[in-house]
Design a protein around this ligand. Structure first.
Ligand code: NCD
Length: 292
């Protein structure tokens, strides 16, 4: 996410708006996208596939490394060198931080990071920004609160970096053990506060960005068990919220948003997921030069 300037972020948001309101079904005809998913995914993988197909392109790839040559011991570098010959763009999700960077540096075709370990998830951030702009009409002036597993959650890392370009205030809500990594906080150039009190943060927020406790990143399951369920947002907790507070979540949710929130005016997380396919169309169109 550090590679994007403010102008580039705003450009992509505008491009997504344009893509949403026009027919681009031939834009990437003849182009092939490869998905290399070494970690589970529903939304990210399907929305990339949907995006590519809606632009007229084709998709190949795997989502279960056990069924690919990875199971025989092939290195990521070798897999990349193969795949770049088969496709025009690579989308990779990998449990190791920096894996997407490694692939990008060894590949002759564009590489998109669809999540690298606990590090970053930049395309999620692009669709998050798009969702905020669609629902609020702006980014500047907002108080944006991120809740949950802030140390392991890659979505909040990328989002915090991107929001640094704007005139926003951030509130980070987490238990101390799951707080935002200090090196990320040190890089932030915008005001932020850290708290454990979700209820107090709700009152001040324009956007409440809930996240799940990242079970797969805990070496000790006992520690996970002691932290799961630490924040569960329900409808009654939103009584003191601003009328136009919007609740977001990258999904999947485990238990951190009770289902009684779904039918409130505050909930925009399913719409947020839908925006993923649109923003990913914008990104693919831009990368593969299909724009007229
Ligand atoms: C997120 C991820 O993979 O980091 N999921 C997604 O892509 N929407 C969030 C999560 O898994 O908690």
């Amino acid at each position: 996410m550090r590679e994007f300037s403010k102008e580039e972020l705003l450009y992509l948001i505008e491009l997504a708006k344009k893509i949403e309101s026009s027919d681009n079904s031939d834009l990437l005809k003849g182009k092939v996208l490869t998905t290399l998913f070494y970690e589970p995914s529903t939304r990210t993988k399907l929305s990339f596939e949907s995006a590519m197909k809606r632009l007229g392109g084709k998709v190949i790839g795997f989502s279960n490394p056990k069924e690919s040559s990875v199971a025989k011991g092939e290195t990521l570098f070798d897999t990349t060198k193969m795949v770049e010959g088969y496709s025009d763009v690579i989308v990779i999700r990998h449990p190791i931080e920096g894996a997407a960077r490694l692939v990008a540096e060894s590949s002759d075709v564009p590489v998109i990071n669809a999540g690298d370990g606990a590090n970053q998830h930049p395309t999620q951030t692009l669709l998050d920004l798009f969702t905020i702009v669609k629902s609020k009409g702006k980014l500047d002036g907002l108080t944006i609160t991120m809740v949950g597993d802030l140390i392991n959650g890659r979505t909040v890392h990328s989002l915090a970096h991107a929001l640094s370009h704007f005139d926003v205030k951030l509130i980070f809500v987490s238990p101390k053990i799951l707080k935002m990594p200090q090196d990320l906080l040190d890089e932030l150039t915008i005001p932020y506060e850290e708290t454990e009190d979700l209820q107090e943060a709700i009152k001040k927020s324009d956007i409440l960005y809930m996240t799940r406790i990242q079970k797969e990143r805990f070496p000790d399951p006992v520690v996970y068990e002691s932290l799961k369920g630490v924040y569960v947002l329900n409808k009654s907790m939103l009584k003191e919220a601003k009328k136009d507070l919007k609740v977001m979540h990258p999904l999947p949710r485990v238990d951190e948003i009770a289902t009684d929130v779904d039918s409130t005016e505050h909930a925009i997380y399913f719409e947020q997921a839908h925006n993923g396919a649109i923003m990913r169309q914008a990104l693919l169109a831009l990368l593969l030069g299909g724009l007229k």
